[in-house]
Design a protein around this ligand. Structure first.
Ligand code: KG4
Ligand code: ZN
Length: 339
């Protein structure tokens, strides 16, 4: 049996998971609340929290999986991209664990992991893998890309943001509105109570499958500043409509670009991945578009959208089958490329 223990520590979630012969057995994630009041992740605080959380998180993942340490065939970890101090905690733990148990290490690119989340399966839960080639809209706090996935290991980025990521657009809007970090989940929640057509924000002018969100952020900033001058209670009185309108604008941009990518490539097998794919408005809109345009749509299970070690474990499982192991001299890479 091939059993992998995986660690994800690239940003502010400390996560561990165990996968056996391609089936997920356990996943444990400790979220860090320390960043809420700062409007974004504070790298130094994130590293410390990882250091405090990593041993109990791993211990629980192994126990939940019902395996023994001696059953583990390899230890996987996120090498990058991400925050260096956060990555170092996971990489260093993996080295210690590999040496102590005399097992190989497997490095994983975090973005590859988000795509691999689409292939995660658990016993007793219905699941359909995407068929190659397929398009993935990868939308997270750090990335916004359209990726042509040709096989598990062959990918091509065919469109991407020229500035901010979609998740940043949510998080920065939340900050402007005085909401805590991360902004996405709260904006999602408030949007359900508001009118998405109340306020209009103009669309960016970039290539047909590229993205830009910095203009939207500035437009929101100026809009709120101007309205605040007229009515100091503007945000409070219109919070739900503002959230719904901003979310509608972000989703509209994402859908337009994805539609362009489908038309350009002729590929109708379509998937989403990354933290923003948790957004209920985006998920609903995608389902409607898929229905209308005959796309075969793959949406990861909610718990696999934001950062988690299960997706790292799944990527590592495929690497284990190819015997792609990592040397003990490996270092964390904040800007790791080559997904
Ligand atoms: O993939 P992820 O956990 O971390 C990165 O690799 O960046 O994505 C985090 C991002 C944050 O920007 C967060 O606000 C956003 O995902 N996010 C959401 C939702 N849940 C998380 N954005 C919109 N709606 C949500 N429900
Ligand atoms: Zn991520």
């Amino acid at each position: 049996m091939k059993t992998i223990l995986a660690i994800e520590s690239s940003c502010d979630d400390t996560s561990a998971a165990v996968i056996q012969d391609g089936w997920l057995l356990s996943m444990v994630t400790a979220n860090q609340n320390v960043h809420k009041k700062y409007g974004g992740v504070v790298p130094e605080l994130a590293s410390r929290a990882h250091q405090a959380n990593i041993v109990p998180v791993i211990d629980t993942a192994i126990k939940d999986a019902g395996v023994k340490i001696s059953d583990i065939s390899a230890i996987a970890f996120t090498r990058g991209p991400g925050l260096l101090g956060s990555l170092l905690v996971g990489v260093s733990f993996a080295k210690g664990f590999a040496l102590a148990n005399n097992i190989p290490m497997i490095e994983v690119n975090h973005l590859h992991g988000h795509i691999a989340a689409l292939f995660l399966k658990e016993k007793g839960i219905a699941h359909t893998d995407p068929q190659f080639p397929f398009l993935t809209l990868l939308v997270s706090g750090g990335h916004t890309q359209i990726i042509l996935v040709k096989s598990f290991f062959e990918k091509e980025i065919i469109g991407e943001t020229i500035d901010d990521a979609a998740g940043e657009a949510f998080d920065k809007t939340a900050k402007i509105l005085g909401l805590p970090y991360p902004g996405g989940p709260l904006i999602d929640k408030y949007s359900k109570l508001g009118n998405p057509k109340r306020f209009k924000f103009s669309k960016p002018k970039v290539g047909d499958i590229d993205f830009s969100f910095s203009g939207l952020k500035t437009a929101i900033l100026y809009f709120i500043r101007d309205e605040h001058k007229k009515n100091p209670n503007f945000v409070k009185e219109n919070l739900y409509d503002i959230c719904a309108s901003v979310q509608f604008s972000i989703i509209d941009i994402l859908i337009e670009k994805l539609t362009n990518a489908v038309l350009k490539t002729g590929i109708k097998e379509v998937a989403i991945a990354g933290g923003v794919s948790a957004n209920s408005g985006l998920r609903n809109r995608l389902k409607a578009e898929a229905e209308e345009n005959d796309w075969v749509l793959h949406i990861p299970e909610f718990k696999f959208t934001t950062d988690n070690a299960a997706m790292i474990a799944m990527t590592a499982y495929h690497k284990l089958l190819r015997r792609e192991f990592t040397e003990h001299t490996v270092t964390a890479e904040a800007r790791l490329k080559d997904i």
